[in-house]
Design a protein around this ligand. Sequence first.
Ligand SMILES: *Cc1c(COP(=O)(O)O)cnc(C)c1O
Length: 364
Amino acid sequence: MDLDHEALSPATRAVALGRPPREPGAPVSESVTFTSTYLAGGSVNYARVGNPTWTALEDVIGGLEGGEALVLASGLAAIDAVLTLVPPGGRVVAPGHAYNGTTGLLREYTAEGRLEVVALDISDTAAVVEALDSLQAGRDLLYIESPTNPMMEVADIPVLVREARARGILTAVDNTFATPLLQTPLADGADLVVHSATKYLSGHSDVLMGAVVTPPTDRGRELRQRILTRRTLHGAIPGPMEVWIVLRGIRTLSVRLERASANAAELVRRLADHPGVTRVRYPGFGAMIAVEVRGGADGADRVCEAVRLWTHSTSLGGVESQLERRRAQPLEAETVPESLLRLSVGIEDVEDLWRDLAQGLDRA
Ligand SMILES: *Cc1c(COP(=O)(O)O)cnc(C)c1O
């Protein structure tokens, strides 16, 4: 009898899915398939359409999110594929503090007159629901990111998705920060989940990759087909080697996230009492923290320069702890405080992390 994947917990799915068929002598791990084309007569004729290494990773990500996944070249390629589901002239309700590449892309589409964007505080449920009333059924999109990057605002996903669905509005959720181990928006009725697999899913800061996941319903399959067509015709495809690296990384997602989250929770307890810190933003789960520090932008920059173990770098979700002053990024929203440091907590020993961070914060 075959293994019932539905009965497995997410931690097990991350390990067990996306494996070659269990036959005597078969490899246990999926290999990297380097080919640009296939012998005629099969279901996939060319490598812009499909690749067995992609399929393995798609099985894992889809299995974790409770849907069907498509891998794309980067998180932004995945987000762009979702935004192009909205026809020209359509409206998107989105967080004012979404990932700065997302807000940058929305700004571009607004400037070109392709989309209208209603940017708001995604944690203000009443305001988002009110904005939904200005959207047109079957055309517009509610785009959620939760927790938001870098302000750590948390959306009430079940309520927002329910309200959007009741109005015939498509919903997409960027699940990069929480990962499917902490939140599964498709189970709440969302139509699309997007990931920057560059972050926690791969987990080692060595590759860029994105994914779009749709529910296993008629409506979900129709959306999936449109994303697949977009991937095939616009060509934002990932390389098989990169996909294999993510496949290798996602196997340990559960232990990495567990350790990083425990580290983050402990650091949050200590950060609150550090005199260099004026505010801690932490949603109570996950391994991302934002802190505001004394001394404004200069104080925050001094912390970035002073750390020796933490890496001062953009990006997040790797095994190594990273920090960055977000407003140093040109695209970052002006409502993000100048002194805000985004901390991506890794899997190192928490005492080492604290010692290094605390001596940095002493200079804020
Ligand atoms: C990094 C990030 C993205 C963009 O992903 P890339 O892989 O860098 O293209 C999108 N959303 C969130 C929340 C991110 O952190």
